[in-house]
Design a protein around this ligand. Structure first.
Ligand code: TYM
Length: 334
C-alpha cells in the first residue's frame, strides 16, 4: 500500500446470484478506481447472515464472489481482497459504534424497512444494526471514498453522521468518507418492472441479468425486456424501460446517453435490445471465463485469502486500537 494514495473501501454481500446491477453499479467502478487508490474490497459475509443462509451455500458463494473480484481485474498484490469474517475488528468496531448510533436513525433506514417486510418471521437485531456494521467496515480503514450504487447512499450518510459524532466527542479519529456514484449504471432497474431496482432477490428470473447467465439466457432476457409503445429510443423518465436499456448500454460502452439516442435514431426496439444484449454478453462472457480459470487454481486463491486477510487485519487493528483507547478500554500489557 502506497502512503501517497488515498484509501477506497467497498464490499458486496455473498447472498443470492449477483446481478448486472452489482457489476455496473459497483464492481466496474472499483476496477476503474483501483490504480488511483489503496483499495480494500471486502466480501461482507457477516452482513449476509442477517437473513437465514444455508451454511455450505454461503461458504461457496463467498468464495465465488472473491474469485469474481479477482476475475474483474482487481490486483491482490496492490489491493486488499478479503472476507469480512477473517478480520474480527469489523465486529468489534461495530459494537463500539452501536453505542454511538440512535435507534431512531436505524429505524429510518429504508433497507431495514424493506427487508423486515420481506422477512417478517425473522426481524433480528442484526438486520436492525446492519448499517452500523457497514459504518465499521468503512471507518476501520480510514476510507476516503466508497464506490456504491445509489441504494447504499442512505447507509453512507449514516456512516458519515456516526463518524462526525464520534470525532466530535473524541477528536479526529475517523476520516469522513465520501460516496462515489458512477455516471451511469448507479441504479440499474428490473428488465420486467423498470420502475423497480434490479435485485438478486427478485422472484422473476427474467427481471435480472445474473453475472453467471450464459449468452443465450442473456439475449433471451433482453428480448423480453419491457419497453413501451412510444417507439422512440430516448433517455427520459417517461420511458423507464428504454431509459434503463440506454443506461445499461452507456455503462457498458462508456458512450453518453445523448450519443446513444443519436446512434439508434430511427431504429426499432427489437434491434436496440439485441445490440444491448450483445454488448452485455461481450462484457460478461470474458468475466465468466476468467472466473472459471482462476477458480481452478485453488492454491492461488487460498494464498490471496490468507495474505490479504493479514494485510486487512494489520490496517484494521490500527484504527481499532486507537478507538478502544479513546473510549477508555484498559491498555494491553505486552
Ligand atoms: P449489495 O451486496 O446489495 O450490493 C453490492 C453493490 O452493488 C450495488 N447495486 C446496484 N447498483 C446499481 N444498480 C443496481 N440495481 C444495484 N444493486 C446493487 C450496491 O449499491 C452495492 O454498491 N450493504 C452493502 C454491502 C456493504 C458495503 C459495505 C458496501 C457492506 N459493507 C461497506 C460499501 C461499503 C450491500 O448490501 O450491497
Amino acid at each position: 500500500m502506497e502512503d501517497s494514495k488515498k484509501t477506497l473501501f467497498s464490499g458486496m454481500q455473498a447472498t443470492g446470484n449477483l446481478t448486472l446491477g452489482n457489476y455496473l453499479g459497483a464492481l466496474k467502478n472499483w476496477v476503474a478506481l483501483s490504480d488511483e487508490y489503496n483499495c480494500f474490497y471486502c466480501v461482507v459475509d457477516e452482513h449476509s447472515i442477517t437473513v437465514r443462509q444455508d451454511p455450505a451455500e454461503l461458504r461457496n458463494r463467498a468464495r465465488k464472489l472473491l474469485t469474481l473480484y479477482l476475475a474483474a481485474g482487481l490486483d491482490p498484490e496492490k489491493n486488499c481482497i478479503y472476507y469480512q469474517s477473517h478480520v474480527s475488528a469489523h465486529a468489534e468496531l461495530a459494537w463500539i459504534l452501536n453505542c454511538f448510533t440512535y435507534m431512531g436513525e436505524l429505524q429510518r433506514m429504508t433497507q431495514f424497512k424493506d427487508k423486515s417486510a420481506k422477512h417478517a418471521d425473522n426481524i433480528n437485531a442484526g438486520l436492525f444494526t446492519y448499517p452500523v456494521l457497514m459504518a465499521a467496515d468503512i471507518l476501520l480503514f480510514q476510507s476516503d471514498v466508497v464506490p456504491v450504487g445509489i441504494d447504499q447512499m442512505q447507509h453512507l450518510e449514516l456512516t458519515r453522521d456516526i463518524a462526525q459524532r464520534f470525532n466530535g466527542i473524541y477528536g479526529d479519529v475517523f476520516k469522513i468518507p465520501e460516496a462515489y456514484i458512477g455516471k451511469s449504471g448507479a441504479k440499474i432497474m428490473s428488465l420486467q418492472e423498470p420502475t423497480k431496482k434490479m435485485s438478486k432477490s427478485d422472484e422473476n428470473p427474467n427481471a435480472s441479468i445474473y453475472l453467471l447467465d450464459d449468452p443465450d439466457t442473456i439475449m433471451r432476457k433482453f428480448k423480453r425486456a419491457v419497453t413501451d409503445s412510444e417507439g422512440t429510443i430516448l433517455y427520459r423518465d417517461e420511458q423507464p424501460g428504454v431509459k434503463n436499456l440506454i443506461d445499461i448500454y452507456s455503462a457498458c460502452t462508456g458512450k453518453a446517453p445523448a450519443d446513444i439516442e443519436k446512434e439508434f435514431d430511427g431504429k426499432g426496439y427489437g434491434d436496440f435490445k439485441m445490440e444491448v444484449g450483445e454488448t452485455v454478453v461481450s462484457v460478461l462472457k470474458p468475466l465468466q471465463d476468467r472466473m472459471a480459470d482462476i477458480a481452478k487454481d485453488k492454491a492461488y486463491v487460498d494464498n490471496v485469502i490468507k495474505t490479504n486477510a493479514e494485510k486487512a487485519n494489520y490496517f484494521a487493528n490500527k484504527t481499532l486500537r486507537k478507538v478502544q483507547k479513546k473510549v477508555g478500554f484498559p491498555e494491553r500489557i505486552r
